[in-house]
Design a protein around this ligand. Structure first.
Ligand code: EPU
Length: 443
């Protein structure tokens, strides 16, 4: 894999704005698919090969976790991982402690570890602080499948003889909980019918891997996923889908800076909702077999009203970079965030750069939302276009980090971004890519 970018070493980036981004970037495997597919390797003793692997933090964390559990992870060539977990052992508390709080992925090991050893501790999780992000759906589903939860203050632990299939309905189509159920159900006894499941492309990619491994999984259009448990699973050889969230981030950068970026490997079928919205606000794009090129159709951008939602809605991870484009659009835009209750924490710093964004507790949109009555500022009204000026800002989370990069590129003057390592969680080689697109990054 490629070496970590310079930003990760210094943890800050100094940018001079005012130049459009022009050129090409290439995507690798999706951040929200790769680590889960690595976890799937725990379901088999056979060798698994994962291709199109990006050098991002979650991949490193899961590689280290698998190694700490007795598995072998190697990289025979750049972008390829070979994983074998024949000598896996149950998770010890020390291992759990080491990985707790680093990422959201370790919770997904519960199902495979229950299948292998009949027991699994429940890891406490890290990841971006964009809401409370509980794991109640995960634990309830595993319990519905026969796992017993022993909750000795702070040391929660699951045990079971063998998980069994069940009818499970999620309260909300959670990505992680859907993956949890699928990963647990593939080796459970009998049939699991999961309703109100998430259907993100990354989940479909995981399902493709599991089918290669011997699983029997069907996906219905009405958010129902049915899994017939099997006793044994084989190894896999899989090329992960490209990262649509990174593609949308570069697309937002192109339109906000009035540039033109060809995102190699971006796939239209994963991004249809985003592409529609992009066109509505005055962006344009050309789809080819190799990727998608993004630019501004005319001089001015148009405002819009949108609501984030689970796939195939406007994905919440598109939201922050897209809002920077909306600060440059004519008129009043409204964004109702319905997936995370606290995903507008980054707005204050944008306002200090000259943006005019006001947050509201009310649901400014028609979607049924879990946050309206709970006092969270989860709707934003953006007045544009506003010139932005350089500032010194601290990055609170991954997507906010990329949105600050775009804001700094749009802004007049110099910006210093701190905590850039957070962006490296999801964007491989950020600094070299930005430089190749003509961004002025000061040493
Ligand atoms: N939720 C619960 N209980 C649960 C699980 C989820 O209430 O047991 C709630 C969450 O609090 C949230 C909503 O359900 O309000 C959706 O959460 P979800 O479980 O779908 O999120 P996740 O699996 O933790 C993944 C991505 C996120 C992405 C979301 C939604 C990974 C590693 N992370 O998180 O990615 O925003 O799905 O699409 O796959 C990002 O890439 O920047 C990022 C945050």
């Amino acid at each position: 894999m490629t070496a970590p970018a310079r930003a990760a070493e210094t943890d800050q980036m100094i940018l001079r704005g005012g130049r459009p981004l022009m050129g090409e970037v290439a995507l690798k495997g999706a951040k929200n698919a790769l680590p889960k597919i690595m976890v799937a390797a725990l379901l088999t003793e056979e060798r698994c090969i994962l291709r199109n692997v990006a050098g991002i933090v979650d991949v490193t964390i899961v590689s280290d976790l698998i190694a700490a559990l007795g598995g072998e992870v190697s990289s025979p060539e750049p972008g390829v991982l070979e994983i074998t977990t024949a000598n896996l052992h149950p998770m010890q508390r020390s291992v759990l402690k080491e990985f707790s709080g680093k990422s959201r992925i370790p919770i997904l090991t519960c199902g495979p570890m229950l299948a292998r050893f009949g027991e699994s501790p429940v890891p406490s999780l890290g990841g971006c602080q964009i809401g409370t992000r509980p794991v109640d759906f995960h634990l309830r589903a595993l319990q519905d499948m026969g796992a017993e939860l022993h909750d000795a203050t702070g040391n929660a632990h699951l045990t079971c003889e063998r998980l069994h299939g069940n009818k499970i309905k999620l309260d909300y189509p959670s990505v992680g909980a859907t993956e949890q159920v699928i990963l647990a159900a593939v080796r459970a006894e009998g049939v699991t019918e999961l309703s109100n499941a998430a259907m993100e492309p990354e989940i479909m990619d995981l399902i493709m891997v599991l089918q290669k491994m011997g699983a029997i999984i069907s996906v219905d259009v009405d958010r129902v996923i049915t899994i017939v448990g099997v006793k044994r699973m084989r190894g896999y050889d899989h090329t992960t889908i490209p990262d649509r969230l990174e593609a949308a981030s570069w697309a937002s950068a192109a339109i906000a800076t009035n540039g033109r970026i060809f995102v190699r490997h971006a796939r239209q079928e994963h991004m249809m909702t985003f592409l529609n919205r992009y066109r509505q606000i005055g962006g344009d794009f050309r789809v080819s077999d190799d990727g998608i090129e993004f630019w501004r159709a005319g001089e001015k951008l148009k405002s819009t009203a949108l609501e984030t939602d689970v796939h195939p809605g406007f994905t919440t991870d598109y939201q922050q970079p897209f809002v920077i484009a909306l600060t440059q659009a004519q008129g009043v835009s409204i964004v109702h965030e319905t997936v995370y209750e606290q995903r507008f924490g980054y707005v204050e710093a944008l306002n200090s750069m000259g943006a005019q964004i006001q947050l509201y507790r009310e649901c400014l949109g028609g979607l049924k939302c879990r946050f309206g009555q709970r006092n969270y500022k989860h709707s934003a009204v953006i007045v544009g276009p506003t010139p932005l000026r350089g500032a010194e800002i601290h990055i609170p989370d991954l997507r906010a980090g990329f949105s600050y990069v775009i804001a700094a590129l749009v802004a007049e003057g110099v910006s210093t971004l701190h905590n850039t390592a957070l962006i490296e969680r999801g964007y491989e080689n950020l600094v070299p890519k930005l430089r190749a697109l003509g961004a002025e990054i000061l040493d």
